[in-house]
Design a binder for this molecule. Structure first.
Ligand SMILES: *Cc1c(COP(=O)(O)O)cnc(C)c1O
Length: 401
């Protein structure tokens, strides 16, 4: 084992996956926008084209800047193989469409990301693929469904927006026993807080648009795993359907990832402080954060996560009307649909993660109309807390002493 393998995550985030891409003495990975890569030697060209020799042929297949991005994510997740995509949804859909065929069954949870949920409810059934939705956080139900036999167990933990937790280790073991593939969307946790491969997952997905990039200025997705043949199969499907990551996006995401460890730890600290603060407000009905001992899956979160992450949500009295009054009063927050950025970002579930659902459907999923999702930024906690305090006061509900 090299010294680098033993380095901690913050060090790996800075140095990981870059070395072989540094040319001309550059200390930073260059953007190589070239669409094609030329060869004077016809035999060498052929060897690269058939995969016998390392190299690049055409940008839809591979690109050095994009590959550096993949290599850094591989280092962070401790994975042997990885491939990237134009967006997180491309990573999700390519993974599903690579492995699922008519007659196959997927076991998943009710609270997957909105777009992922749409794939399950709207698109997969056209291919006669059966999807079984379990209560998120109900380990027993997930295990029982998996034991009946399935091709894939698809998890996401923590979930959007009520940050529910599923036990990856236990449900993955049940899936392994029936020969099912275990796929985990690790976007919310990030590799700083959770390593699904260590807990039994075969494939780990990220929307790199969120925490990995961290600056809300580039779209991207990635899948990593230890079985190279699985990742190769997804790569092959992607090189043909063309959902390729752009080299400029790869550069921004690479730059963002250098500070991943710093950012995510600060975001988790801020989230914990904000969650505790919100619990003291008369206006707040409930606070959802896996770091709180009141969270129903706090014990599992403590077991499988190294930190509780930067995402939380809370519900306010007065529902939509209060949300409409409260959110514009925040000074240090973007009111927007994204998450994982350095700026604190807030939004109601009814306009962000669950915009496609009816109020009744949201209620059935345990999402009150007055639910506000907060992606904590890296601002000073004192300022975030003071900002929420003044906003709550301004809508007429002072915080209890
Ligand atoms: C945003 C998100 C996605 C989709 O990623 P895009 O980059 O927006 O396509 C998938 N899963 C989770 C958990 C997300 O938050």
């Amino acid at each position: 084992m090299s010294k680098f393998d033993q380095a901690r995550l913050g060090t790996k985030a800075v140095w990981g996956g870059e070395k072989e891409y540094l040319v001309h003495g550059a200390t930073q990975v260059p953007v190589i926008p070239s669409v094609a890569f030329g060869y004077d030697d016809m035999d060498e060209w052929y060897d690269v084209a058939i995969g016998k020799k390392k190299g690049h042929i055409y940008g839809r297949n591979t690109n050095p800047t994009v590959q550096a991005f993949e290599d850094k994510v591989k280092v962070l997740e401790g994975a042997a193989a990885g491939t990237s995509f134009s967006t997180g949804m491309a990573a999700v859909s390519n993974t599903l469409y690579t492995f699922l065929f008519p007659g196959d069954k997927v076991v998943t949870i009710k609270d997957t990301y909105g777009g992922t949920n749409k794939l399950f409810t709207e698109f997969l059934h056209k291919l006669q693929i059966e999807v079984v939705f379990c209560e998120t956080g109900n380990q027993k139900q997930i295990e029982e469904e998996v034991k009946k036999g399935c091709k894939m167990l698809y998890l996401e933990t923590p979930t959007n927006p009520t940050v529910k937790i599923t036990d990856i280790k236990q449900t993955a073991a049940a899936a392994k026993a029936v020969g099912a593939l275990v796929v985990v969307d690790n976007t919310f946790a990030t590799p700083v807080n959770q390593n699904p491969l260590e807990l039994g997952a075969d494939l780990v997905i990220h929307s790199a648009t969120k925490f990995l990039g961290g600056h809300a200025d580039a779209l991207g997705g990635v899948v990593v795993g230890n079985d190279e043949s699985l990742v190769e199969a997804i790569y092959h499907y992607r090189e043909i359907n063309g959902a390729t990551m752009d080299p400029w996006a790869a550069y921004l995401l690479l730059r963002g990832m250098k500070t991943l460890d710093l950012r995510v730890k600060r975001q988790a600290e801020n989230a914990m402080k904000l969650a505790q603060f919100l619990q003291t407000s008369d206006l707040v009905e409930g606070v959802f954060y896996p770091g709180l001992s009141t969270h129903p899956n706090h014990d599992i979160a403590k077991e499988q996560m190294k930190g509780f992450g930067g995402m939380l949500s809370f519900s306010v009295k007065g529902g939509v009307d209060t949300v409409r009054d409260l959110l514009p009063k925040l000074q240090f927050a973007n009111r927007a649909a994204n998450l994982g950025s350095v700026e604190t970002t807030v939004g109601p579930a009814r306009t962000t993660s669950h915009v496609e659902c009816t109020p009744e459907e949201r209620a059935a999923m345990g999402i009150p109309e007055g639910l506000i999702r907060v992606s904590c930024g890296i601002e000073d906690a004192e300022d975030i807390l003071a900002d929420f305090e003044q906003a709550l006061k301004a809508v007429g509900y002072p915080v209890q002493a």
